[in-house]
Unconditional design. Structure first.
Length: 59
């Protein structure tokens, strides 16, 4: 029984670390997906008012 008492805190911290990292990676994946969708939408819409980027910066 003393092995359980010794190992339980380490196992508990390991489990907490696993779930924290899983949450971080899922959040990162969701953010990358949302950014990719926003980029794709911006590419399909194209420049507004028929102007290109060079027209906006030239004047």
């Amino acid at each position: 029984m003393e092995y359980v008492e010794v190992l339980l805190p380490s196992v508990a911290v390991g489990v907490l670390f696993f779930f924290a990292m899983k949450a971080l990676l899922n959040a990162d994946r969701s953010e990358r997906k949302a950014q990719a969708e926003a980029d794709a939408e911006a590419r399909t819409e194209g420049p507004e008012d028929g102007e290109s980027k060079s027209d906006k910066t030239a004047g």
